[in-house]
Design a protein. Sequence first.
Length: 286
Amino acid sequence: MAIRIVIDSASDISWEYADKHGIKVVPLSVTYYDKSFKEDREFDLEKHYSHYETDPNFLPKTSQPSPKQFLTVYEELAKEGAKDILVICISSAMSGTMNSARLAISILQNSYPDVQVHLIDSLNASFPEVFLAEEAVDLIKKGWKIDKIVPRLNELVKLLKTYIFIPNLKYLHLGGRISIAKYYLARLLKKKVITRVNEAGTNETAATVSDVDEGLAKIVQLTTENYTRYPRKFVIVHANDIENAKKLKEIVLSKEPKAEVRIIKTKCTISAHTGPGAVALLTDFG
């Protein structure tokens, strides 16, 4: 294939889908207990989540891939005959992953000057990256050229929505994502938070709610703009809380019975920032 796709592991892409379509996944890393692990297919996700249950002070830290990791993948694809490499990254406002992907390009050009690398900033994280990859796969199958695919994906970026229900602000606070004042105020008021990914590719507070049921219903209301607009794709991503993910699916189907709703368990990159129990509704309005 002359056009190949690269994506990072923060996308929560399934290994099966990546393998089926020849997509290369560049892993981010997570560090805890003085050890660093790559978020690759060998990573023990169940063991990772078990630490939250057994250690109240468990606080994993994530780090971006190095330029060398991207370069290795670019070179592999170039050797396989790729002429255009489409790289889809977690929001540049959330991670330095895209910068690593960019730095690797200039090195690649020394050995493979005829190979072009095209960067797509998803301005998002988790499955919205996969929405972009799915679109690219479909367009490649239809015979689209890279000069048409890249603008289409950049337009699609603007049509992706993310709303996240976060029952416990502890991990956002400990990770420096919210101030200590906001953290203690929310605890005092016994509030739970819904965040959204904004147009700049950063997380911001979208609403506060009193309990889980209200939170799950609220993110459906916010996503659909008070039930007036429905996307072409729904994906529910959860941080080890399948029961609330199923509840959210029921709410979506009560409003849009014909919707196809996928449920995905997030890996360590996203859960390291939200903590366990977070549930997100991710949608593609393209």
